[in-house]
Design a protein around this ligand. Structure first.
Ligand code: IMP
Ligand code: MG
Length: 179
């Protein structure tokens, strides 16, 4: 294995940014409660830290979807692996994602949650790779931690072939194409 992982965003920078996102959400939803929907497995670390920074009544739910056919390329097909446990009717939903790439996963989820009667749906993602957005996808990212270039990142919940989710910083994989 010829690839390497280099630090792209430090643990401290991620934590500081999550604190800001939490403060922003607290202001935007003042007087309401929010349902955080964590998209498993990548968004787990982000969701936990974010939830602690939101000073409002918060409830959680978890969903697992799969959009990836191979290690690093999107198949474009979204499959529900594990569905939500609570109804979304009338809830102010914030979908919590690790990273938005083509945007197909999120577009699918927003349509689904709308059809299930959520009162409002916003998106909070730790990372966004806007240069990778699929041409047919037009989604608004309401809250984002950082924009990143078109490189494969790991850590803070994100994996390469299920590894490196536990890295406390955000790293970038280099040298993959040499394999
Ligand atoms: P999308 O449907 O193409 O936007 O795919 C989003 C999902 O792909 C994310 O929730 C991640 O699970 C995965 N993904 C996309 N880019 C990366 C990356 O650079 N590192 C790790 N996972 C990624
Ligand atoms: Mg994911």
């Amino acid at each position: 294995m010829a690839y390497r992982i280099e630090e792209m965003i430090s643990e401290e920078d991620v934590n500081n940014r999550i604190r800001e996102l939490g403060e922003q959400i607290t202001r935007d939803y003042a007087g309401r409660s929010v349902r955080l929907v964590c998209i498993l497995r990548g968004a787990v670390f982000f969701m936990c830290e974010l939830a602690k920074r939101i000073e409002l009544p918060v409830t959680f739910d978890f969903m697992s979807v799969s959009s990836y056919g191979s290690k690093t390329t999107s198949s474009g097909i979204v499959r529900i692996i594990k569905d939500l446990e609570e109804p979304l009717t009338g809830e102010d939903v914030i979908v919590v994602e690790d990273i938005i790439d083509s945007g197909r996963t999120l577009s699918f989820l927003k349509d689904l949650f709308r059809s299930r009667g959520a009162a409002s749906i916003r998106v909070c993602t730790l990372l966004d790779k806007p240069s990778r957005r699929a041409p047919e996808i037009d989604i608004e990212v309401d809250y984002k931690g950082f924009e990143v270039p078109d490189q494969f990142v790991v850590g803070w919940g994100m994996d390469y072939d299920q590894r490196y989710r536990n890295l406390p910083y955000i790293g970038v994989i280099t040298g993959l194409e040499e394999e």
